[in-house]
Design a protein around this ligand. Structure first.
Ligand code: XMP
Length: 520
């Protein structure tokens, strides 16, 4: 913790899948907020954080169960507005003297309609323009008696206490989820809440930029900072921001591991050299990486080799400039939020995502992480504010191990060449059809399978490839993109005609879960 110059809203997380969306909605309204797991929210924490308002999130537990999560009593004596959502509503009612019961035969999941009971609750200004509002419910338990001082302001067929409030104390409780997309006007409720709490709406990108620059200067002083630049949005925005703050005290290292896409290294390095004139080492280490990967087909083994070499190469180039005191990283807020775990057990590692986590200790450097408080779309907004070209800001994410994990099985230079060409044609097609910005990530995977084909009068025996394109919000879950058959047919024809070495194209229609986005 963090920023003290803004009015701050505290979100107490009880483990709902959608808690982050509460923060997103508030940030859109220029309100600075932080999410903290309920276990961390102690009385001392509350005093320290001094929130101007509190939101209690939803969560999977039942308030009826012994030992179910609760916020400290002091939440209700801070004298600030409190909004309880779903589980947050139930915990609020129970702690303030109401009553909650398990189910009642009609657990409500999904779309519901709330109608107003009493008009003119300031919280609800601008709501109910059509007499009722669509909301998203997801609850098993229900409030059977509201707490003293509360009144009913909205009902749904299965939730007689859909919206309740004690306007004198500025306590409000809703049974549904105003933060999700399926509550189309949910934003209005948050608007009402922050208006009542007296937020100034002072969280803007322009202000953030100025503050971040001042903070970087203060942290770094006269020290030297080094940054691993990948060409992705996060590291690019972090680098440009830090450069603006401390100029030549920053050196960026772009490690080319030979697993980048077609022309990618030239584009990244060229953009930074031309537009930003920022000290940049272009480390072409492709031979080193590709030799180390020879004969390796296990995905985790590939990641480990690449991760270890990356650190070695980075250290080597850092030493060339005489070392550094700080390491800059494009860590984002979702990476920082502690997750709520009820089981307490470790979760299964599906893939060990490559990062440079081992570096700061090894090299005895402190971290500079100027994006720690931002969500991805806020990073993009900051990038725009800093003048980064849209073509850079809108780029699809690209994994650290690059094409190594898009070439299942053993990697060879020949296969990488074929993959790069096919990928370039595919992305060109997507851009030409104006679909690039609708898609979270799109790429080709070159399969370790050869198939028989016929071209002209001759037999071919070449590789098959799979096209992948997904929509997603955060990469945690994803849907395959529904291209038209015409698009797929045209793309397959172009790849087979233009890329020697591929004679068969398939489209991957697996969602995540059960699949993952990458093939390895
Ligand atoms: P998966 O394949 O796990 O990918 O569904 C989710 C997101 O993470 C990216 N990804 C990686 N990024 N190192 C990275 O830096 C990795 O090892 C790695 N593996 C997957 C993937 O591109 C997608 O955006």
């Amino acid at each position: 913790m963090t920023d003290t110059s803004h009015d701050r809203l505290l979100i107490v997380d009880f483990g709902s899948q959608v808690t982050q969306l509460i923060a997103r909605r508030l940030r859109e309204l220029n309100v600075y907020c932080e999410i903290h797991p309920f276990q961390a929210v102690t009385s001392e924490f509350l005093t320290d954080f001094a929130p101007k308002a509190v939101i209690l999130s939803g969560g999977p537990a039942s308030v009826i169960d012994e030992g179910s999560p609760r916020p400290p009593e002091e939440v209700f004596s801070l004298g600030v507005p409190v909004l309880g959502i779903c589980y947050g509503q139930q915990v609020m009612m129970q702690m303030l003297g109401g009553h909650v019961e398990r189910g009642h035969g009609t657990a409500e999941f999904g779309r519901a309609y709330v109608t107003p009971e009493v008009d003119r609750l300031p919280l609800l200004e601008g709501w109910f323009t059509e007499g009722r509002e669509q909301v998203w419910m997801s609850h098993g338990d229900h409030v059977s008696r509201i707490a003293p001082g509360f009144k009913v302001f909205g009902t749904s067929p299965a939730a007689p206490f859909a919206i309740t409030g004690d306007p004198a104390r500025n306590f409000y409780a809703v049974q549904f989820h105003p933060e999700v997309h399926h509550t189309p006007n949910g934003r209005k409720l948050f608007e009402g809440f922050i208006r009542l709490a007296g937020f100034k709406g002072d969280w803007t990108m322009g202000a953030y930029r100025e503050e971040a620059i001042a903070k970087i200067r203060e942290q770094v002083g006269g020290g030297k900072v080094i940054c691993a630049l990948s060409g992705g949005v996060d590291s690019s925005v972090a680098a440009v921001l830090i450069h603006e703050a401390i100029g030549e005290q920053l050196t960026c290292v772009y490690v080319d591991h030979g697993l980048m896409r077609q022309d990618e290294s030239e584009q990244v390095v060229g953009m930074f050299r031309e537009h930003y004139n920022l000290p940049l080492i272009h480390a072409d280490e492709s031979d080193l990486f590709l030799t180390a990967l020879e004969g390796v087909s296990d995905p985790e083994q590939k990641r480990k080799i690449i991760g270890k070499l990356f650190i070695e190469v980075f250290e080597k180039h850092a030493a060339e400039i005489g070392g550094a005191d700080f390491l800059a990283q494009g860590t984002l807020y979702p990476d920082v939020i502690e997750s709520v775990s009820f089981s307490g057990g470790p979760s299964v590692t599906i893939k060990s995502h490559h990062n440079v986590g081992g570096l700061p200790e090894r090299m005895n450097m402190q971290l500079v992480e100027p994006l720690r408080e931002l969500f991805k779309d806020e990073v993009r907004a900051l990038g725009r504010e800093l003048g980064l070209p849209q073509s850079f800001i809108g780029r699809h994410p690209f994994p650290g191990p690059g094409l190594a994990i898009r070439c299942p099985g053993e990697i060879t230079r020949d296969k990488l060449d074929i993959l790069r060409k096919a990928d370039a044609v595919y992305i060109d097609q997507i851009r030409k059809h104006g679909l690039y910005d609708e898609i979270w990530q799109a790429f080709v995977a070159l399969l370790p399978v050869r198939t028989v084909g016929v071209m002209g009068d001759g037999r071919t025996y070449d590789y098959a490839c799979a096209l992948r394109a997904v929509t997603s919000v955060d990469g945690m879950t994803a849907d395959y993109y529904p291209f038209t058959h015409e698009f797929l047919g045209e793309t397959a024809t172009r790849i087979i005609n233009e890329v020697q070495g591929i004679n068969r194209v398939t489209y991957d229609i697996t969602s995540k879960p059960p699949g993952t986005i990458e093939w390895e």
